[in-house]
Design a protein around this ligand. Structure first.
Ligand code: MF3
Ligand code: CO
Length: 265
């Protein structure tokens, strides 16, 4: 395990990457009217990122620090757009989004070599178009992200973040995605430590948080059981029982006084 602490100048760059991420998510929220396609969402994200001087970090991504746009297994879009029972890693295409659907949008940006990563779930057509079940799920997942961030204090353990997220999920009776979670972030999108969304005893969970560490925290909750599967496209992760899923993610850094959200406008 190699965990780096970032300098103030490096965090300045991650703050810019994070601001671009937040701008994209705000733009998506405004644009998410019924009939828009998932490819439209991806195009407006890519245009905004490049216009702001960033590079989409998901394009050509193969895992770790490997990128190769020509590789058959590489991710070929700027965003992940996951609808209803899709949890994460939905691939944009010519699918139309319908009023009331739960739409989870994940986006990563590299600015001058430094990464920002964020995600939000929306209701297509706005909150008034959402069912009470969908709105409850979104609110609980967002609340869990905030609880995870609040737990990310210098001197606490990485595992405290997962425990805080898990407590919110259990309180609401939601399923918690166990196979995917947050991560360290910096010059690579995915760095050590792994930040799981539940209390656990793995070595990464025992890492003590220190100023300068940067993490992506990203709870994923579902209204049904916890079983997930991956579609034949090799990417899209769905709930096995087709229950609804939501995903909220922020990139944060740790200061002596507390956590700072980097993915904000
Ligand atoms: N942003 C996702 C995460 O939060 C990773 C997306 S995988 C990619 O860790 F292939 F789409 F890039
Ligand atoms: Co992430």
């Amino acid at each position: 395990m190699e965990i780096t602490r970032k300098s103030a100048a490096e965090i300045d760059k991650m703050r810019i990457a994070g601001r671009i991420v937040a701008e994209v998510l705000a733009l998506v929220e405004e644009s998410l009217a019924p009939g828009i396609s998932t490819a439209d969402v991806d195009r407006l994200a890519e245009r905004h990122i490049r216009g702001a001087g960033g590079v989409p970090s998901f394009l050509g991504y193969l895992g770790g620090r490997r990128y190769d746009m020509s590789h058959p297994h590489a991710y070929k879009a700027t965003t992940c757009v996951s609808i209803d029972h899709e949890i994460v890693h939905g691939i944009p295409g010519n699918r139309e989004i319908k009023r009331g659907q739960v739409v989870s949008v994940d986006v990563g940006v590299i600015y001058d070599g430094w990464n920002g990563d964020g995600a939000r779930s929306f209701i297509c057509g706005g909150r008034e178009a959402g069912t009470p079940e969908a709105l409850g799920l979104l609110d609980a997942t967002r609340l869990a992200l905030m609880a995870g961030i609040a737990a990310a204090q210098a001197g606490a353990l990485v595992g405290d973040i997962g425990a805080a997220v898990e407590a919110v999920g259990q309180e609401g009776g939601y399923g918690i995605v166990r196979g995917y979670g947050g991560h360290g972030i910096g010059q690579a999108m995915h760095e050590d430590p792994s930040v799981l969304n539940f209390a656990n005893d793995y070595p990464d969970a025992r890492v003590r948080l220190e100023p300068g560490m940067c993490l992506a925290i990203e709870p994923m909750f579902m209204t049904g059981g916890e079983k997930t599967r991956t579609l034949k496209d090799g990417w899209t992760v769905v709930t096995a029982d087709r229950s609804l899923a939501a995903h909220f993610e922020h990139t944060i850094t740790i200061h002596p006084e507390g956590p700072e959200i980097l993915t904000k406008v």
